[in-house]
Design a binder for this molecule. Structure first.
Ligand SMILES: [Fe+2]
Length: 412
């Protein structure tokens, strides 16, 4: 009996200790996050996003092309930011945005954040994207989440020293719900821990939107209320579809699979964006819902609509490769035009399994797969004038698939 009471007490103390550690951990989860995005030219601009709880707000970013870690007031440049508050999140969450402009392509920059109470953060650094024709190299994946497999994959992604990471939707799985802000904190903690190059640079993120970024408020509500975290946390020009040019090779196009803006409302913009991209050797659309699904039905409503409205444009402008997500598998299609296998057709890579649990492969009888597997992974992409090389990396850091894709033939 005595033993049993003592044992119960020990268990209670253990539980209280565990709870305290959890709560303390919870508090630290609410600390500031610092991460990079773009809304403009990735060669000459950078956006520094800083989240705060409103007690000692980030007020200025001081920066320059040399380290001033020992004497922050000696940075040659300083910039004030703007901020917004994420609706309904308690405690209040502010996101501060500092856009650095007129930077040198391929330049190394150092910065520190000064708070309203005059404190300076640690020194951070980043590199802008070079435009000198050197190899462009980046990561693409989607459907990340906060399971232990997500940081495992991020760890191997960071080790490849990408210049940036593209995520094709479904980041933290918070479903646009203010009460799920803790999920984003875990997500950003994973991101900040692993997304640094060997040189110590922060790695910018280009975030596409997925269904798990949106709540059920419906189209009558403004986008900022329907997707408060995606639109609030990632300063990317306030849109869910946009393009970025990486000179001299790539037009990267981020699309919204009807999560906020219907597929049909992006078609005219997509056509004009393709038209202005036609002299680039590589055009890559990234979006959430696949045209060629590997788990869900081929007749799924959004997939059908995208095939009806976007696919003719993908074919007309001879898109090299698309990155698809949402189905939580690995897939590589055969080269396709209008669903038919053709030489130098578009290759569709996916299907969003950058941390979530993999699903079964379906639709094999439709014949469009070259390779498929129920497996977590991300894609590492290298581009130069001669080829685009995409490599699939699994959660043990092993390369398990590779494809080489030719540049588009540019008509003069
Ligand atoms: Fe999804």
């Amino acid at each position: 009996m005595l033993f049993s009471i003592t044992k119960t007490k020990i268990m209670l103390v253990f539980l209280l200790l565990t709870l305290s550690i959890y709560l303390l951990g919870g508090c630290s989860l609410h600390s500031t996050h610092v991460y990079l995005t773009w809304q403009g030219d990735p060669h000459t601009t950078m956006i520094i996003n800083v989240q705060s709880l409103g007690k000692d707000n980030p007020e200025e970013v001081l920066y320059g092309d040399k380290s001033c870690a020992n004497n922050p007031i000696s940075y040659p440049h300083r910039i004030k930011g703007t901020y917004k508050t994420i609706p309904e999140v308690i405690p209040q969450r502010n996101v501060h945005t500092f856009e650095l402009t007129n930077l040198t392509p391929g330049g190394l920059y150092f910065f520190t954040i000064k708070t309203s109470k005059g404190k300076y953060s640690q020194e951070y650094k980043f590199r802008t994207i070079p435009n000198d024709g050197s190899v462009l190299h980046f990561i693409v994946g989607g459907d990340v989440g906060i399971l232990p497999s997500a940081p495992r994959l991020l760890h191997y992604a960071g080790k490849l020293n990408p210049q940036f990471v593209v995520i094709g939707g479904d980041l933290a799985y918070a479903n646009g719900a203010p009460k799920n802000d803790w999920m984003w904190d875990i997500w950003f903690n994973n991101w900040e821990k692993h997304m640094k190059t060997s040189e110590g640079c922060l790695i910018p993120i280009i975030a596409g939107i997925g269904n798990h970024e949106v709540n059920k408020k419906g189209p009558s509500c403004p986008p900022e209320e329907r997707s408060p975290f995606y639109l609030g946390y990632f300063a990317q020009g306030g849109k869910t579809f946009f393009s970025r040019i990486f000179e001299p090779y790539l037009s990267l196009i981020i699309l919204d699979s009807s999560h906020i803006i219907p597929v049909s409302e992006q078609t005219d913009w997509l056509k004009s964006t393709f038209e202005s991209s036609k002299n680039y050797p590589y055009i890559i659309p990234v979006y959430h819902v696949p045209l060629y699904p590997s788990h869900r039905s081929f007749e799924g409503g959004v997939s059908v609509e995208e095939r009806n409205l976007w696919l003719p444009l993908f074919d007309e402008y001879k898109v090299n490769v698309c990155f698809e997500n949402h189905d939580h598998t690995f897939k590589r299609t055969k080269p396709l035009r209008n669903g038919q296998i053709v030489e130098n057709g578009t290759v569709y890579l996916g299907d969003g399994c950058f941390g979530v649990n993999p699903r079964t492969i379906e639709n094999v009888s439709l014949g469009y797969f070259e390779k498929m597997e129920s497996k977590r992974h991300f894609w590492y992409v290298e581009i130069d004038a001669n080829e685009l090389k995409a490599q699939a990396i699994d959660e043990d850091g092993n390369l398990f698939d590779e494809v080489s894709i030719s540049p588009r033939k540019i008509e003069k």
